[in-house]
Each structure stands twice: as C-alpha cells, then as structure tokens.
Design a binder for this molecule. Sequence first.
Ligand code: C2E
Ligand code: CA
Ligand code: CA
Length: 691
Amino acid sequence: MQILPIGDQVFRQFFDSSPTVALVVDLADGKIVAANAAAAAFYGWTSEQLLSMTMAQINTMPPEGMANLLSHLRQADGGLFYFRHRLASGEIVDVESSNTATLVNGQRLCLVLVHDLTDQKRAEESLWLARRAMDASATGLTIADGRHPDLPLIYANPAFLQMTGYTREEVHGRNCRFLQNDDRNQPGLETLRSALKAGKACEVTLRNYRKDGRAFWNEITIAPVFDAAGMITHYIGTQKDISDRKAAEAHVERLAYFDSLTELPNRRLFLDRLNNNLGWSIRNNTHGVVAVLDLDNFKNLNDAEGPEMGDLLLREIATRLQSCLREGDTAARLGGDEFAVLLANLSADAATAAQFGRAIVERISKAIGAPLTLGCIKQQMTASIGAVVFPTGKASPVELLQKADTAVYRAKAAGRNALAYFEPAMQEHVQHRVKIERELRGALESGELRMFLQPQVLANGTTIGAEALIRWQHPSKGLVPPLDFIPVAEETGLIVTIGEWIFRQACQTVKRLETWNNGLRIAINVSPRQFRMADFPARMAAIIQEVGIKPHQVAMEVTEAVFFDNLSHAVATMNELKSLGVRLSLDDFGTGYSSLSYLQKLPIAELKIDRSFIKDAPTNPNDAALVEAILAVARQRQLDVVAEGVETVKHVEFLKSRGCRLFQGYYFGRPVPVEEFVAAIEKPQADSPAG
Ligand code: C2E
Ligand code: CA
Ligand code: CA
C-alpha cells in the first residue's frame, strides 16, 4: 500500500468541502479563525463575516459561561457539548458541538464540528407529546405487537385501564380477547377477525367484560401500522365504553315506540308491526286478524275513582291482554282505554282466520272480564271489540285499524261486551259458527247425533264391514251432514267428545254383530285434532275393553292431514294403535300432498282411493292411470285398497278389471241408520245389486 503524501493543502481542502459544519476557534479569546462553506451556509454569515466573529456571538450561553468553557478547553482535549447557537437570521437552534483542542505553533486551537439537532429535537418532542396525549386521552388506547402472532398488548393507556378495571401489568403481553371472557359468540368478533386477517382497519361494537365481571358495550376501532416495507408492525386500538349511549338509545326507543304506562307497544309500533306482517301475510298467502278493544265502562270508573285507579286498571288489563296471546302476536295500547291486538298467521282461508281470531278474542274477553280488585274496589270490566281480517283488498295498516275501529262501534251498538267483524261476510260466518257451536253442545247432551253405516263389500257383493258416518238429527233443520258441523267441532275441540261417542257406538255395533258371519269390521273416521291428543290410543283402548270386542274388528281412518305438523309423532301414535290390534286405513288417498313416497313408513293396512278419482276413472285416462298406479303400489306393499264412491256398474267393472277387491259406494249401499243396517245384513235381500 502506498502512502500518499498529504500536505496542509489537502487537509484544507477536506475542511472546506466537508458537508459537516466546521469552525476553528482560537481558545485564547474565542475568535473564529477558520470556517468552512457548510458553516457559512448553516449560520447564514459569509466566511469573511464569520472570521471577524467570536464564538460568544454565536453561542447563546452567558459571557461567564463562555469564559469558563474556553478556559476548560484550554486545558482539556475537547468534549461533546449541547449548545444553542444563534444564526444570522436571529433564529436559535439546538446543536451538538464536538470539540477537539490541539496546540498548533504554541496556539491552542479547537476544531468545532456542529450538528443541527433541530429535527431530532422536534421528533423527540413530538414523540413525547404523542405519548402524553395517549396517556391523557379519555378514550381507551392500546398498541399491540403486530409481528407477534398472538398480537400481545405492548401499551395500554390509563383510560383503557380505568374502563376495564385491570392494571397495566395485568394487560401487558396479553391478547385483547380476555375482555370477552367466554362470551365469544358475538357477530362483531367475526368482523374483527376477518379485518385482522386481511390487515385492514375496522370498527366494531363488542360486549366486553370488566375485571369485576360487569359487561359493557365497547365501541372499538383497530388500525394496522405498516413499516416502510409494507409489513404490519403494530395495531393501534381505540376503545370507547358506549353503554350509556346504548341505554339512552334504548330509552329513546321505548319512549318513541312504547306506551309508558302499560309498557305495551304504542300505536306507532303497532302500525309498524302490522305493516311488516301485512307484507309477510301476502307473500305467504295467510290471513291474520286485527282487533281493537275499547273498554266499556272505563270512563265511569276513572271519573268516580280518580285517574290513579284508572292507571292501575289499564296496567292490569294490559297484563291480562298479553297473557292471552301467542308468541308472535302483538298487543298494543292505542291511547286512552283503547287497545289493539295483532293476531298473525291464523289461516290460509279468510273465513277460518276470522273464526280462529274469534276464539282468541273470546279468550281475551274472558280474561278482561275476570273479577278485578284494585285497592278496596272490586270491579268487573268488559270490552267492545272490533276486528278485521287482513290482508283485505289493498287496505293499508292505518285503514285496517280504521275498519276495526268502525267495527268497535258496531259492537257497542250491539249492546257492548261483544265482537264485531268489519267485513259483513266474516261477521255472518262467525255468527253462523257461533250458532252451530252452541247448538252442537246441546246436540251432544240431548242425543241428536246419529251413527249411519255404509257397507264395504267384496266384488261379489258380500258385506265384510262398514264405515261409520255421523249425522246430526237437528230439531228444525232435519238431518245435517257431517261437513256442516265437523269443522266447527274440530275448531272448538268438541270433536274429541264426538269422536269418542261414535267410536263407542261403533264398538257396540261390532259387539251386537259378533256372531254374524264371523263378525263385521267397522271403520270410524278420526279427526286430526283427536288423533294428536297425547292419550288418544289409551282412550280408545279403554273403550275397546269396556265394550269387550276384538280390536281387529275396528278400523281407524285417518287422512294425510295428521302427518302435517309432525310425521314422526304421527307414526309413533299409529304404531301404538297398531299394537292395540286396531286396523289403520289411510283415507282420501290421492288428495294429499305426498302420497306414495312415504307409504312405506306408515303402519297402515289399507288405502282408500278418494271418490274424486273413481268418479271419472272409467272415462278419463289420467284418473284411470292414477287409480291403476295406486293399485299397483298397494299390491307391492301388500295393502288392501278400498275404492270409495263406487256409484255405477261401470265403476265396478273398471275397478274389478284392475284388481281392486274392496268397494264402498252408493252402488252397493248408501249410509243408513245403524238399525236399518243391522236389519239389512241380518236378512239379506235377494235383489242385492251384485248378487
Ligand atoms: P269420508 O270419510 O271420505 O266419507 C265418505 C263420504 O262419501 C261420506 O260422506 C259418504 O256418505 C260419501 N259417499 C259414500 N259413497 C258415496 C258415493 O257413492 N257417491 C257419493 N257422492 N258419495 C258417497 P259424508 O257422510 O257426508 O261424510 C263426509 C265426511 O265427513 C267424511 O268423508 C268424513 O271425512 C267426515 N266424517 C263423517 N263422519 C265422521 C265422524 O264420525 N268423525 C269424523 N271425524 N269425521 C267424520
Ligand atoms: Ca272415511
Ligand atoms: Ca274418504
């Protein structure tokens, strides 16, 4: 390596061209004896000006301090100092001054290298300020280490600690999830997780828990911090306890949508719910009922006993009202002594909905009418109720309420404590039903019900059994067919008593004919409501035993309707009945939804092809094909098939040729009173149609 000869000239050049601010100072008096271009640029003086100055003109320290410094440097080798220097512009800047003292030709000189600290100072200051701001912030602030997979907290400000009740040590190094305890199934957490995964900022509201276990609503924002390479280094979180705001919102909502006296929904919320339900009902093709209730005697009571009593009473009525409703229904206080109920999704059929609505309103009337003790006052209330079925035409929620209101006046005009429907047809329908129900109860007691029997025969005309069909011997209307009163009996539950009555009649007839031709089988119709009763099989078993017959001599006909709400429960009930020895028959086959597909699941012995398919089977290829298909499937599953509604010889021929073995219909015999039936089979007539 060659050593270059470096002379003074070279050093001088380095000195002048160095980007570092450099001065040479005479330590005897502080005079500047050399200054480079960087110094001139930094201080704003020309080099010539600098050479006429002393350090005391640049350094802001007081003169004694300057004197001490110079004398110190005269003895020492140098040192690193922090000073404040004055520029030509008058601005004062913080500098780091590195001093090296040497003796040159008997003169103590000092090389002063100056670094501007302004930027660094500013950065430090703003860092300090930021830290102060974070500490002083009323919002909870946290910083998590974004490079660690568990995102542990490395900072939490006092507001956060105060909000959560934890100490700094308790939170340090932990992932924020400890704030949720085990309440981890919150929708906000899902949002948070996916934001973290995507490295995005997000804002969520979470139900967090304080150290003492109390929950609070926490509005949280999380924002990632990236380094120059675009990697996440930290996450900054802000947390606000918004429980108060939530409570205030809930309070405002209550004021806006609920009646403060009874805490029931108010008119506005009622209309809102009605609006939603109206749309839903249209889409789902179902009907509901809106009823408006007006207390009949409230005003008198209020005037006589004072408004406090009135309030108490309204609250009591509200409680009773609600106790009568199903889930999904709404009771509301419209104002004063006017209440409303929204009975949703009652039936696909408007008239049936009106009927079901009436049943619920009746329950409400009864509840309102129950004796009431307020302080020392005993009171009995009644209400006039107006109702309307919806959807009806294009009526809006407000219009529906108006219609129900109009009906209230009709109810009041009818002598109060009554229900009136707005639609005349509904009103008629309901009144008709009410009348039938009342009369039917009487009919049960005074023995106006009759059992008719219709023969079930083999192809050669031999009677092997009969179907029991009920009739009502009405004192003024004569013989009423079942379709005119069975639906009412279903709705009101009277069917249970009626069903048991006819089953007992059937069993007794079986008993009477026990010795005839090896016995006769009688089928009864079981209504869905009866079938669904928990103890139905047990009740039937009791009757079979009481009368003393062989169970296989009775058959029960059920329709597919019994499977609608709970197939597995229906199958269990059927299995129970089958284990009693009772024969099960699927009635009206072909008219239901499902048909052939679930046949194998059912413990049935027999299918009855609905009359509507038999009617045109000999002439209509579609019906013919269906009947043939049913017969084929039944043969495969070893089920008996009874063809219903066999009216003509053509029917018989068609069915016989397709392998049908059992027949029921006017061709072989109409339903006749039990006595007539017994008499007929005991001495068979020579001119029997198939004979
Ligand atoms: P279903 O079970 O389908 O009964 C057969 C119906 O068809 C009976 O009507 C019967 O009189 C009629 N029918 C029989 N053969 C012919 C025929 O050749 N041509 C025509 N056009 N009709 C025929 P009914 O007696 O009016 O009974 C109607 C429905 O009432 C029955 O239909 C059944 O669902 C119900 N029902 C009757 N009695 C009872 C009962 O005791 N309990 C229950 N729950 N329902 C019953
Ligand atoms: Ca039947
Ligand atoms: Ca039938």
